[in-house]
Design a protein around this ligand. Structure first.
Ligand code: AMP
Ligand code: TRP
Length: 332
């Protein structure tokens, strides 16, 4: 079985940036790789490497699972599950740590960034790449779709897998990252120099997928542009407007050029009103599908099925790894 594996941390509401940069990509990959099985999980073990409010975390985990499905992922070649509900991930992380060097972990830029922001740094934040490598190696992933920021974690995964294979014979698949070429980078609505982010303290900077229509309209109408009043695409000098044009292009499948041609002689207000309409229409089916999934309880069934399928594959890998290492005992 050929597999594609990816995880998403449940650490906040999903916004338009995450949707256009990541979720939509998964939906496209499912079409592009119909003969691959997708293991997609909510990386809750990764989330607790930094202190979290337990109630908020639980709520986000289920919301995220429902949003992913609501965005159009097909269920036939997908196992969607919650990482902590498949104990093999924790087991694998320990085994992987036995083949991961301190020096390698010390080089991780994400660790350096995140550690700086913490008063006390948990050991799990340091060993995070070993958990992530385990997530991937458990399922023999050929490909791992991630954003640019995860590239270094994929490199260490490949190094560790190769090291283990060299020692014990090839039994782990060395994965390749899939990083989108047109790295859709949606910017903040209030500061187009930074990316739209769920951790931005200013709620006006983003549109969440489940926001109400009136809020969406308000956020777009008040998005930062410039005082020139003319519509054309110039990312360097008109980053706010360029970001809005990008969002319109991504959601309406019109090229940037054709949008600029249409709005050449129109004002920002008209453009923004049209954009708000496009965003509202694009999110409508996602919101409706989300409500259906939450109300009919089918999300639990899907997550249960995902858990079983993931456990079957992952437990086998752990048993094999244990045997390779000489752990446990041989039965008569
Ligand atoms: P995060 O929400 O930062 O945990 O990232 C989840 C995924 O969404 C990552 O693979 C990112 O590459 C992608 N992503 C997050 N924010 C944006 C954004 N503003 N524009 C494009 N992609 C994004
Ligand atoms: N670390 C990833 C992030 O922060 C999430 C993640 C955890 C992941 N395990 C993974 C991504 C395995 C791909 C494969 O975005």
């Amino acid at each position: 079985m050929k597999t594609i594996v990816s995880g998403i941390q449940p650490t906040g509401s999903i916004n338009l940036g995450t949707y256009l940069g990541s979720i939509r990509n998964f939906v496209k990959l499912q079409e592009q790789y119909p003969d691959h099985h997708f293991f997609l999980f909510i990386a809750d073990l990764h989330a607790v490497t930094i202190p979290r409010d337990p109630q908020a975390l639980r709520k986000t985990i289920k919301e995220l699972a429902a949003i992913y499905l609501a965005c159009g992922l097909k269920k036939d070649n997908l196992s969607l599950f919650i990482q902590s509900e498949v104990p093999a991930h924790s087991q694998m992380s320990y085994l992987i740590q036995c083949f991961t060097y301190m020096g390698e972990l010390e080089r991780m830029t994400q660790f350096k960034d995140k550690a700086q922001k913490q008063e006390a740094v948990a050991a799990s934040l340091f060993t995070y790449p070993a958990l992530m490598a385990g997530d991937i190696l458990l399922y023999d992933a050929q490909y791992v779709p991630v954003g640019e920021d995860q590239k270094q974690h994929l490199e260490i995964t490949r190094d560790i897998a190769t090291r283990i294979n060299n020692r014990f014979g090839d039994f782990l698949t060395v994965p390749k990252p899939l990083i989108p070429k047109v790295g859709a980078r949606i910017m903040s609505l209030t500061d187009p120099e930074v990316k739209m982010s769920k951790s931005d303290p200013n709620v006006k900077s983003r549109i969440n997928l489940l926001d109400e229509e009136a809020i969406i309209k308000k956020r777009i109408m008040s998005a930062v542009t410039d005082s020139e009043g003319k519509i054309y695409y110039d990312k360097a000098n008109k980053p706010g407007l360029a970001n809005l044009i990008t969002i319109m292009s991504a959601l309406s499948d019109q090229s940037i050029e054709s949008i600029c041609a249409t709005y050449q002689n129109k004002d920002y207000r008209t453009f923004k009103e049209d954009l708000a309409e496009i965003v509202i229409e694009a999110l409508k089916p996602i919101k409706a599908q989300y409500q259906t999934l939450i109300n009919d309880g089918s999300i639990d069934t899907i997550l249960d099925e995902g858990q079983s399928a993931a456990m079957r594959v992952a437990n086998k890998k752990i048993m094999k790894f244990n045997r390779k290492l000489g752990l446990g005992r041989k039965r008569k």
